[in-house]
Design a protein around this ligand. Sequence first.
Ligand code: SAM
Ligand code: SF4
Ligand code: F3S
Length: 450
Amino acid sequence: MNQRKTINIEHKGLHYCLMTFGCQMNERDSEILAGMLQEMGYQPTGELNKADIILLNTCCVRETAENKVWGRIGELKALKSENPDLIIGICGCMTQQSEMAAKVRRRAPHVELVFGTHNVHRLPELVGKIKEERQAVIDIWETEGNIVENLPSKRTEGIRAYVTIMYGCNNFCTYCIVPYVRGRERSRLPADVIREVAGLVSEGFKEVMLLGQNVNSYGKDLEPKTEFADLLQELDRIEGMARIRYMTSHPRDFNDKLIDVIASTEKVCEHFHLPVQAGGNNVLKEMNRGYTKESYLNLVNKIRKKMPHASITTDLIVGFPGETDDDFRETLDLLQQVRFDAAFTFVYNKRSGTPAAEMTDQVHDQVKKERIQKLITLQNSISQENNLAQLGKTHEILVEGVNSGNADLMEGRTRTNKLVFFRGTPEMTGRLLQVRITEAGTWHLDGELI
Ligand code: SAM
Ligand code: SF4
Ligand code: F3S
């Protein structure tokens, strides 16, 4: 069921265009889709009217993400009328929702290929089938299969490479659709991850970002069992990889061993992205997050005790069903206590099929709007103050390339994931350099080489 089949259709001289929506997991899947398309003989193009196949790798975490996809699908209709041979396909999280494949076919018959998150490896076969049979192909797997290793991949060039270490999520936070569209947790074997990361060194990558919805439960499903902390220790030994990052960590599963390993390893960066979602214990309980405000603060204290200069960032949701003014004040209070370096802030959005969508005490849109504004204002001022505290300090940065807004500037990141702009030259890309911070904004720092 999970084997790749070789197919004998020639696709040389043809072009593909891949549009990716959503998180880094999707970005990484798109690199694999691109790898398979290139292995089939397709070349990438950014020009839609030159493409012979257009694939949309979709996200459905919030309604806005889905609306973007529907907007794009609509725009592609005219292209299909002009070029009936064009294959338009949709894959990714959105397609795994129940009835979605039928909805796509009904609303957008020009989309002829629909597949899901569990069978990405079948793309060549599915494209071959469309070409042979000249009819729409829908292939959605209800459940996840085994992990398919050694798929071709065309990585986005640069300094940082994404490496998926596990798929799926078992947490079922009551607001979240991800477990329904990505299936249960499955970890890759440590040997496969280590081999991939070692290979990235020879391709010139300097930083690896390990991906999973909850990397802290890495290895629990493997035999013999292993832990994320053990994997980090193994990866830290790979010569030539300068930095190791990971996302996302679940605060409930962040144990002392992991904190110790991060503190003691050379390459694992001191940046903790710990999505808290809310500050009120009632809300956290209703969200099924498995921790309290107090235990979260305790975790933050433990991290700061071992690594006083670590940065901590988070995700926050306002307007979860039943969130009262008092609950929201608890969230603001948590922000004041932790003083996050940055936060991704979201307004709660009903996702059909999740328990929270059925909760009767939904918060009014106007209240949600007022709360998110207050939250953003407070967080921005904290981010700015934290950045101001960096003035005059020296940081090691990994240079990522030329600044997109000003070609005279280069940019890189500190180990704590802060973006730093500085005067330099493109040859510095990929090097670890020391900079002194000279100015601080809310979103980035300015520095000078020392
Ligand atoms: N696995 C990660 C975690 O546990 O935090 C992140 C997964 S999700 C892709 C990224 C963020 O989207 C979540 O941390 C949450 O803040 C937000 N999110 C998920 N579902 C949401 C919803 N229904 N409405 C608003 N925000 C949501
Ligand atoms: Fe969604 Fe929660 Fe899983 Fe994160 S841990 S993907 S928020 S269910
Ligand atoms: Fe979206 Fe799927 Fe990621 S729903 S956020 S692309 S796991």
